[in-house]
Design a protein around this ligand. Structure first.
Ligand code: ADP
Ligand code: MG
Ligand code: ZN
Length: 618
């Protein structure tokens, strides 16, 4: 879906003229060469001796003679062909007399002869060639190297524009993306609508004395449509769009990035009203600190950006959009009013948002009626980019199966494929292991089913996946959940321990199959105590802080090491209790476990409804 990237004849605004300069120098050199060494003769010339030459003259075969440098060039008839010859000049005093006397097959009957006077270069040209040209050449090279090293300023370039940053900034003048392409994100759209209105009609705002925000910062997890919505703003406002990524400013030489920023704003001012979009702005906007040793280039670039944002006239209609998924790492100066004073939050979509995003992307593929509610519920926690990917994978799957349209099952399968890996059909698993895997998965499902406050089981499968999962139990909430209670978290941990509990009770083994369950259960239990204040002992004390809200759940401890050791004990206690509870549930339902596991071994994949039927029947 690259339709957003289409731009009609992007105009290259700033082009390094360096190559052009060298090109001209080379042309000049070639021309001079042409002056000095004209091509004497393009014919094939046969070398011969003076005797042969005299013989030809005497026999009356020679047409034309030309003396040049120390050679005699002559043409003679040989078997009715004109042949070109060359021979040495003997300074023969009788040559002229001989030539005058001799006959020739010429029309005039006489040999035409001549001596070329060697051309002397004018002293001026010589001087230019040997002194000025090399001088200029080396001066230019030296200048260029100097500018590169010093990262010289951008705008005082000479006729070859050295030192101008080679920022490849394209102003897209026509963008097809509109707000209709961005599903959900209504709050963000509302806020950005105001900017669009401002770009359409700045007078409406300036008349009353209002200054609109110069910049807005789009903040949110990766794939939530930040880049997309920035393009949509430009598409809606129908103004030029300068898009550049923060990392493009960070150059090898100190000062180049700053020059690029200067260039960018200069061009934008000429094109106002327009939008400057700096994607991944954290690449230059990171907090300046001396703690870990500064980065000169980045700091200079940031300083230049701050200066430019202060310097330009907001009423002209230049709006700066930035996007980042690490807002906490940005320099405070960048966020103060007058710069990126508006912060637009792009969150992961909720159920309605996900359904809307599915709809937007399904427009691009042939599909039958899709159960949007189901696929929306299956994709809890997915971003817009994930959903775009699911739809595309489903379309690919439909093609693989030789179908004309995408169906709900294609999307379901593509979601599973992206989340758990593709089905691994070839692997042979022994009956003994299949039995253990079945009991393990049924164990999860059973514990989930026997607790209230637990999401219903959607699907149980023991088809191995390329990700290494040997089977899985899928639970899907019926609606959208924004909060999770302590009881729900404890139930979730119990469900996670259900797999191992079933192994122990039903098969009398403990296998490595539970490793992922253990990881998840531990993370959840730890978060309950350290982040959510769900332990009696520590009450509402924060013991861990999340490093980056939008990028993974990487945390660091904020408590002393003594407390950390006690936290470990608390975590262990939560998991132990949950494990006990799961074991109790399974011991009380051994019969149902057997029936369900047997059915699963036979069918490999069963739905939640089938499972509920089996366990309720008994
Ligand atoms: P970000 O810049 O936030 O990381 P992008 O804007 O690059 O994310 O989004 C990547 C892709 O995901 C988009 O090109 C689009 O196809 C899809 N996408 C993301 N959010 C949405 C949305 N709200 N509506 C429709 N498509 C979306
Ligand atoms: Mg992006
Ligand atoms: Zn498991």
């Amino acid at each position: 879906m690259n339709k957003n990237d289409k731009n009609d004849a992007p105009k290259k605004l700033n082009n390094s003229n360096l190559m052009l300069g060298f090109f001209w120098i080379i042309i000049v050199l070639i021309l001079l060469n042409g002056l000095l060494f004209p091509f004497i003769n393009q014919h094939k010339i046969i070398k011969t001796d003076y005797g042969t030459f005299m013989q030809c003259v005497n026999e009356g075969k020679v047409l034309q003679v030309e003396l040049k440098d120390d050679y005699v060039y002559f043409t003679a008839l040989k078997d009715n062909d004109t042949v070109f010859y060359q021979t040495g000049d003997m300074n023969d005093p009788l040559l002229v007399e001989n030539l005058t006397k001799a006959d020739s097959p010429n029309e005039s009957g006489k040999i035409a002869f001549d001596k070329t006077i060697p051309k002397q270069n004018s002293p001026v040209l010589n001087f230019f060639l040997w002194w000025i040209l090399p001088g200029v050449f080396f001066y230019l090279i030296w200048m260029y190297a100097q500018k590169k090293m010093m990262g010289g300023g951008g705008d005082k370039g000479n006729f070859l524009s050295f030192g101008k940053s080679d920022a490849k900034i394209y102003a897209d003048s026509q963008i097809d993306t509109t707000f209709a392409d961005v599903a959900g994100q209504d709050e963000a759209k509302d806020e950005l609508m105001e900017l669009v209105d401002f770009l359409h009609n700045p007078k409406k705002y300036t008349r009353i004395g209002a200054t609109l925000p110069k910049g807005a910062l789009l903040v949110g997890p990766p794939g939530t449509g930040k880049t997309l919505i920035a393009r949509a703003v430009a598409g809606e406002a129908k103004v030029p769009f300068f898009a550049i990524s923060g990392s493009e400013f960070v150059q090898m030489f100190v000062g180049m990035g700053a020059a690029k920023v200067r260039d960018l704003f200069k061009q934008a001012n000429e094109k106002a009203p327009c939008i400057i979009f700096i994607d991944e702005i954290d690449a230059i906007g990171k907090r300046r600190d001396n703690l870990y040793g500064g980065n000169d280039e980045r700091e200079q670039t940031l300083n230049q950006l701050l200066t430019e944002m202060d310097g330009f006239d907001g009423s002209k209609g230049v709006v700066i959009l930035g996007a980042t998924n690490q807002p906490d790492s940005l320099d405070k100066a960048l966020l103060r009013p007058g710069r990126f004073d508006r912060r637009i939050q792009m969150e992961l979509p909720d159920l309605e948002g996900r359904k809307a995003i599915f709809q937007v992307h399904l427009k691009n593929v042939q599909h039958e009626d899709i159960n949007l509610d189901l696929v929306g519920r299956l994709t809890v926690g997915s971003s817009g980019a994930d959903i775009a990917n699911f739809v595309n994978e489903a379309a690919l799957r439909a093609v693989r199966l030789n179908k004309d349209v995408v169906s709900t099952s294609d999307i379901e399968e593509s979601i599973e494929t992206v989340m758990a890996g593709g089905q691994k059909k070839g692997s042979v698993i022994s009956p003994e292991e299949r039995k253990i895997i079945s009991y393990h998965e049924i164990g999860h499902a059973m514990v989930a089913a026997m607790q209230t406050h637990s999401a219903p089981v959607q699907k149980i499968t023991i088809i191995p996946r390329t990700s290494g999962a040997l089977g899985y139990t899928m639970q899907v909430d019926s609606g959208e959940k924004y909060l999770m209670s302590k009881q729900e978290m404890l139930n979730r941990i119990a469900t996670l321990t259900g797999g191992r509990s079933a192994e122990e009770i039903m098969c009398n083994v403990e296998t490595t199959g539970a490793s992922n369950d253990i990881e998840q259960a531990t993370r959840l239990a730890r978060a309950m105590i350290t982040q959510y204040g769900m332990s009696d002992k520590y009450d509402m004390m924060q013991l861990e802080t999340v490093n980056n809200r939008y990028l993974g759940d990487d945390t660091s401890a904020t408590c002393s090491s003594g407390t950390a050791a006690e936290v470990d004990n608390e975590v262990m206690q939560i998991i132990r209790d949950a494990h006990e509870k799961a074991k109790k549930i399974i011991s009380e339902h051994k019969k149902e476990m057997d029936a369900a596991a047997e059915y699963l071994i036979k069918k490999e994949t069963i739905t939640g409804e089938e499972f509920m039927e089996i366990i309720n029947m008994k």
